[in-house]
Design a protein around this ligand. Structure first.
Ligand SMILES: [Zn+2]
Length: 280
């Protein structure tokens, strides 16, 4: 399966064409999809220069291999791409899960991405592979007058179980399913997902919409440039399985993040596409 991914990713433009084609198919858009939200970005949209309608047969074939996105079932099936090396492609939702003992071997203090002396802005640990890009994001945000902090980073299986139970106790099981991940299903267990907040602000989930604050808006517009993507955009619940979380970002690396951003699709849709790209 990884060989397929290598092929697909080595043909980024081809994938982009496939994703653009998917985004344009009937039934894949509605008034509340993140595609609408993506229109708020002011930077040039690479998809506008894609040669729509000029795909060669091979490109059309890739697009046609993309299966419909599955429903957000509540189950415990092993995640596709569930090894530490496949962190970019690991598909987690209410159905697909990591092993309880999944703990990346390269977790390092998040504080390493922040200037010395500002350790209070960043507790917890994340995978070392993203620290350089997180440092660049934090520094460029600060240069623009947007000062960020990390609210939550890696969570192990047991901690995630406590977190989910907290929300069950607070709001009941059914609502907790849409606002929190069951243990094993959280992107936080990957060590590549983090919850951001404004340095001088409360936890972002205590605000109506962190993405409307100067910091949240800056991150929403620019995170992809550093390899980070908002996992659960506004109005994406039927696609992403979770309600809007403007503070929750997952690292995909700059190349894949740019593809996801340009596609206008949710990360889950792109990962599902990659998981089945070229599959028989
Ligand atoms: Zn989160």
């Amino acid at each position: 399966m990884r060989r397929v991914l290598v092929v697909v990713l080595s043909l980024t433009s081809l994938l982009l064409l496939a994703l653009v084609t998917v985004a344009g198919t009937p039934g894949s858009t509605d008034a509340n999809t993140p595609r609408e939200a993506s229109a708020t970005h002011n930077e040039p949209d690479p998809t506008t220069s894609a040669p729509r309608g000029t795909q060669r047969p091979a490109e059309q074939a890739v697009a046609q291999t993309v299966p419909p996105l599955p429903e957000c079932l509540v189950a415990d099936e092993p995640a596709w791409g569930g090894t530490y090396d496949e962190w970019r492609y690991t598909l987690l939702d209410t159905r697909f899960t990591l092993r309880p003992d999944y703990e990346p071997p390269d977790l390092v203090p998040v504080a390493g991405a922040f200037p010395a002396g500002t350790g209070e802005a960043a507790g917890g640990r994340l995978r070392s592979i993203l620290i350089d890009d997180l440092r660049a994001l934090v520094a460029d945000a600060a240069a623009a007058g947007r000062h960020l902090a990390v609210q939550s980073a890696y969570r192990d299986y047991a901690y995630q179980a406590q977190t989910f139970q907290y929300w069950v106790d607070a709001h009941g099981y059914d609502r907790a399913l849409t606002t929190s991940a069951r243990a094993g299903h959280s992107e936080h267990q990957l060590g590549t997902a983090l919850d951001l907040r404004s340095l001088d602000g409360p936890a972002a989930w205590d605000l109506d919409d962190w993405a409307t604050t100067p910091e949240g808006a800056w991150v929403a517009a620019n995170a992809w440039r550093y390899g980070f993507v908002m996992s659960y955009p506004l109005g994406s619940q039927p696609l992403s399985c979770y309600s809007y979380e403007p503070w929750h970002y997952r690292y995909f690396g700059r190349e894949l993040a740019a593809v996801i951003h340009a596609s206008g699709l949710t990360a889950r849709e792109v990962l599902w596409t990659l998981a089945h790209g070229g599959a028989p």
